[in-house]
Design a protein around this ligand. Structure first.
Ligand code: GLN
Length: 284
């Protein structure tokens, strides 16, 4: 079989299984498998695809037809200009989460050598993006999942950031007891439990539930973090949360007791996605 025939098979199968972006996805999977870019793939339609490669491509296509996210099949997701390795132990980084990175970069201007904590780091995408953009920053990433922590560690290694990024496995602040930070960022699990079955199959069948479920109202992790965050922030340290649709007001209210300068940032879909605040003086 040649590239044209293999691609045709992939496109037909994905279309039949209701994948909206079937053309691009069939091509991306073949590019990833053959390790070539899209223009080259399209420029050489008559190039032979070996039997082994064709077999693997069919498996890729079948996995995607069963709604496994493209990123788990290819093993990577682009985030903030970096290639992040992903696997079913970690959430696939979302483009709107780049707003959290942006907020951290703006906030970091007030610190000369910011000491940053990324809670619930998953793949490490947020902490690594901050470390990559701020050469003075030192970043600690924590995650309750050992496998997620290993993935974040591997990403730190792949991106050459291990000298400034530390990854620790443990529940929220547990691995950093007794330490304080200038900036704490967190994209916690925030989907209300009852909404999880309603998410698209790519998410609820394949992404880790532990990274999605935020309890009955989706706010469990914000409550837990806010209960003890003052023990982990430096004087006037900043907290930056990603929040789910409709949660910004509740989270801002909860922050109000301990934080000043509470601000909300809206994403491209008009959803209030990020809430930031500065710890009140005298609270730490
Ligand atoms: N943003 C993710 C989603 O839409 C959820 C991420 C989270 O719970 N932190 O599925």
């Amino acid at each position: 079989m040649n590239i044209r025939e293999v691609l045709k098979f992939g496109e037909k199968r994905l279309l039949a299984s209701g994948i909206e972006n079937y053309r691009n996805e069939a091509a991306w999977l073949l590019c990833s498998l053959l390790n070539i870019d899209r223009p080259r793939l399209l420029a050489y339609p008559d190039m032979t695809v070996g039997e082994d490669a064709a077999k693997i491509y069919i498996q890729y296509i079948e996995r995607r037809a069963a709604r496994e996210p493209l990123q788990y099949i290819m093993g990577t997701q682009e985030f903030a200009g970096m290639e992040i390795a992903v696997n079913p132990w970690v959430l696939i980084p979302r483009p709107e989460t780049e707003l959290l990175v942006l907020a951290a970069l703006v906030t970091a201007k007030q610190f000369s050598k910011p000491n940053v904590l990324d809670l619930c780091t998953g793949s490490g995408a947020i902490g690594l993006a901050i470390a990559r953009r701020l050469s003075e920053a030192v970043v600690t990433c924590t995650d309750i999942s050992e496998q997620a922590a290993k993935t974040a560690e591997m990403n730190a290694q792949r991106l050459g950031l291990k000298d400034r990024v530390e990854v620790l496995a443990g529940d929220l602040f547990e691995p950093v007891k007794g330490r304080r930070f200038d900036i704490i960022v967190c994209n916690p699990p925030y989907i209300p439990q009852a909404q999880i079955p309603l998410l698209q199959p790519e998410v609820n069948k394949y992404e880790p539930i532990i990274a999605l479920s935020g309890g009955a109202d989706g706010l469990d992790f914000y409550k837990r973090i806010l209960d003890s965050v003052a023990d982990y922030l430096n004087n006037e340290g900043c907290l930056i949360f990603e929040v789910g649709k409709g949660q910004a007001e509740s989270v801002a209210d909860m922050m109000g007791r301990r934080f000043n300068k509470i601000e909300t940032i809206t994403d491209d879909n008009g959803i209030e996605r990020v809430v930031t605040g500065k710890l009140k003086v005298g609270l730490c």
